[in-house]
Design a protein around this ligand. Structure first.
Ligand code: PMP
Length: 453
């Protein structure tokens, strides 16, 4: 039994992110109590495999003593140091340096934030500053991709292309534009990789022309779109977009908040694509979710332009918790774990996860299976022949999430009937097989639910 008093206190006082407050009040909170490895335990003692690593973030898995010790040590020595006034702390400097060593190309400068949203928001500020420094203030228009997610700050949520982040918030701003997603399963040009790349290039070209080629500041992509439903672009798509931007003097931002730190295999998904962006944004796996932290990676030429443009004037962008020493100490320890076997295990486990989920393709509800590494999705449909989505009126996401929970599995159930997977990279073969098997059972039960079909 859940502690009823917690449910009542939650209902009365805690506002949950991205939730219908009314339906949350009705259903009540599920309290998580503890976790170890890839297993979470709720307040009733029920154990579940966390197939979503919290919120695609606990890449290292739960309960690493060495991470806890790194944080505790840093808290004892120096729990806080501002990075204002020319001050700093050893872990933040070392982490910036270690990360710059591993980042693609000349992304040698690191700006630490508290998470992904303020990392994206920081890039928007830096990019405006950059174009002003170059004497091109008219380059103030931003383009991103439909189904994209770039956080929940006021400016970033306008680059995000999910309706719930706009409706009622007065977003997007008129300087924020979108091109259609590559979404292969539902792309009007079909699923041929080359056709998809060409369609996206044509869409970007015509968007740039419509805005005015001299006005476009930057283009934002996720190497794999996460919150839009784990949409994997064809190989070469990211590179083609990057090259277009280079040719048109448009800054290219790769938002790797989900794809970074082993989620798709390497530390940066851009490396697999052989792409060097002007900015990379990261968070989540950077500290494996143990403490909040994000990071903006900035290319040399951007840094130089901003630095020269400002001269002796302070560049007015900063947070109290920029370069927080405890978060940085955790980041350093997590990086060690990635390179001492976790990334490799993630690659092995990811291949097994994809094989397992592919084996569900025969299921009557499964329209599509996609992913890379430890990032995957199963898209459910009521009719495979015409790809009819599940009826949103039946609240399929909630029902499927609840069923999976009963079966001992935490997944992300998106509103449109897409199931998202992002397990910790430490998963064993047995755990991966259990994720697949529990999904199969959940799908069989869903098939029997007349409201969902
Ligand atoms: N960008 C991307 C691609 C994301 O997936 C997310 C979070 N899911 C964010 C930005 C925002 O990160 P945060 O929730 O840490 O603010």
């Amino acid at each position: 039994m859940y502690a009823n008093s917690l449910i009542e206190l939650d209902r009365a006082h805690l506002i949950h992110p991205v939730a219908s407050y009314r339906s949350h009040e009705k259903h009540g909170v599920r309290v998580l109590a503890s976790a170890k490895g890839a297993t979470v335990t709720d307040a009733s003692g029920k154990q579940l495999i966390d197939g979503f690593a919290g919120l695609w973030c606990v890449n290292a898995g739960y309960g690493h003593e060495s991470i806890v010790e790194a944080a505790a040590r840093q808290m004892q020595e120096l729990p806080y140091a501002t990075a204002y006034f020319g001050l700093g702390s050893e872990p933040a400097i070392r982490l910036a340096s270690e990360l710059a060593d591993r980042a693609p190309g000349d992304l040698n400068h690191v700006y630490f934030t508290l998470g992904g949203s303020d990392a994206v928001d920081s890039t928007i500020r830096f990019i405006r500053y950059y174009w002003n420094a170059r004497g091109r203030p008219e380059r103030d228009q931003f383009i991103s991709v439909e189904q994209g997610y770039h956080g929940s700050s006021t400016a970033g949520a306008g680059l995000t292309a999910l309706p719930a982040f706009h409706a009622g918030f007065g977003l997007p701003f008129d300087w924020q534009h979108k091109i259609p997603s590559h979404y292969a399963y539902r792309n009007p040009v079909g699923d041929d990789p080359q056709a998809i790349i060409e369609a996206s290039l044509a869409a970007l070209k015509s968007k740039v022309e419509a805005i005015g080629p001299e006005r476009v500041a930057a283009f934002y992509v996720e190497p794999i779109q996460g919150s839009g439903g784990v949409l994997v672009p064809p190989k070469g798509w990211v590179k083609a977009m990057r090259e277009f931007c280079r040719e048109h003097d448009i800054l290219f931002v790769a938002d790797e908040v989900i794809t970074g730190f082993g989620r798709t295999g390497p530390l940066f998904a851009c490396s697999e694509e052989e792409v060097v962006p002007d900015f990379i944004t990261t968070a989540k796996g950077l500290t494996s979710g143990y403490v909040p932290m994000g990071a903006v990676f900035m290319a040399d030429h951007v840094y130089e332009t901003i630095a020269e443009g400002a001269g002796a004037t302070a560049i007015g962008h900063g947070y109290t918790y920029s370069a927080h020493p405890v978060s940085a100490a955790v980041g350093l320890e997590v990086l060690k774990l990635y390179e001492n076997g976790l990334l490799q295990n993630g690659v092995r486990a990811g291949a097994r996860l994809m094989r397992g989920l592919q084996s569900l393709r025969d299921h009557p509800l499964v329209g599509d299976v996609r992913g890379r590494g430890m990032l995957a999705a199963v898209e459910l449909v009521v009719d495979k022949s015409n790809k009819t989505p599940l009826p949103s009126s039946a609240e399929p996401a909630r029902r499927i999430f609840d069923r999976a929970w009963e079966n001992g599995l935490v997944i992300r159930a998106f509103a449109n009937g897409v199931l998202g997977y992002a397990p910790p990279l430490c998963c064993t073969e047995t755990e991966i097989d259990a994720i697949v098997e529990r999904t199969r059972i959940t799908l069989d039960e869903t098939l029997e639910d007349p409201d969902v079909r």
